[in-house]
Design a protein around this ligand. Structure first.
Ligand SMILES: [Zn+2]
Length: 285
């Protein structure tokens, strides 16, 4: 079965690594993009996964519990968007544990997952995620040229499909990239959906769909918020300003085009949790 998984990394604009946090006016928020995203997936009647920062989850327990009740999947994106690869294993473990109590209240008996900020994870830290009690992880990306992204050695995992790995009941999901001329283009990210012309993006995604059964998409609230942009720190480079601000007004329309494309190619929408549970129960049976 061909499967598509939509996901939202629930963080504010000032959590992005390319801004100096100390120079950001954190009283200006674009987190209303979360409501806009929830309205959009409700309108499209699609399920989604959410990875929420601990410092945001704590303040939105009721809201997130309701998403789980509606069939969505709520996991953790770390406490405050510090990249795991910049933390010692011990500090990373403490960061994860700080997120756990909210995750348990939100999910009850259901398993929940983790996605590292900036996909910054290695095998040692993946084992810490697993030992902390997470049912799955979605931090793997095959995008070796990016200075912020980590790589995860999957030795000992069973390769279920081109982007799903399993060991026991624990499942690792890889974000979708497309190899072009020796580079892997992350066609799963909201930034690419905003910045590239739709016909270019459509053609790259269609190439991926021809050969693969899984498509993973991720986006952020700041990309969907209709509010004007906050004052960006003066130290921000012109390229970063462009990447941050380009195409925000067309992104809702692009997400609709993307989901139409996936549906027209026979992809069924699901969540990471649902796939993890399916794989765990098929192994048990
Ligand atoms: Zn993030």
């Amino acid at each position: 079965m061909k499967k598509a998984i939509l996901s939202l990394d629930v963080e504010d604009w000032y959590h992005l690594d390319y801004f100096r946090r100390s120079e950001c006016d954190t009283s200006q928020s674009l987190l209303d993009g979360l409501d806009r995203y929830v309205d959009l997936i409700n309108e499209l009647s699609l399920p989604s996964s959410f990875f929420v920062l601990g410092e945001i989850a704590e303040k939105k327990i009721g809201y997130l519990k309701n998403l789980v009740k509606l069939g969505h999947d709520v996991g953790s994106h770390g406490w405050d968007h510090r990249r795991p690869m910049t933390m010692s294993p011990k500090v990373f473990q403490a960061d994860l544990h700080r997120c756990l109590s909210a995750m348990k209240i939100i999910n009850g008996d259901r398993g929940f997952g983790y996605r590292a900020p900036c996909f910054s994870l290695d095998r040692e830290r993946l084992e810490i995620v697993r030992r902390a009690g997470f049912a799955y992880d979605s931090s793997r990306i095959n995008f070796g040229n990016h200075p912020l992204y980590g790589t995860i050695d999957m030795l000992g995992f069973q390769n279920i499909s081109e982007s799903i790995y399993k060991q026991g009941d624990f499942v690792e999901f890889e974000a979708t990239t497309l190899p072009i001329l020796g580079n892997n283009i992350p066609i799963s990210g909201g930034g690419y959906l905003r910045i590239f012309p739709w016909l270019v993006m459509k053609s790259m995604i269609a190439q991926h769909l021809k050969k693969n059964d899984i498509y993973v998409f991720y986006i952020h609230p700041f990309e969907l918020s209709p509010l004007p942009l906050p004052k960006i720190p003066a130290s921000t480079s012109p390229l970063t300003r462009f990447r941050f601000s380009c195409g925000r007004t067309r992104v809702v329309d692009r997400v609709k085009k993307l989901t139409d494309l996936l549906q027209s190619r026979g992809y069924e929408f699901t969540t990471f949790s649902a796939v993890q549970q399916e794989l765990a129960s098929s192994a048990a049976g």
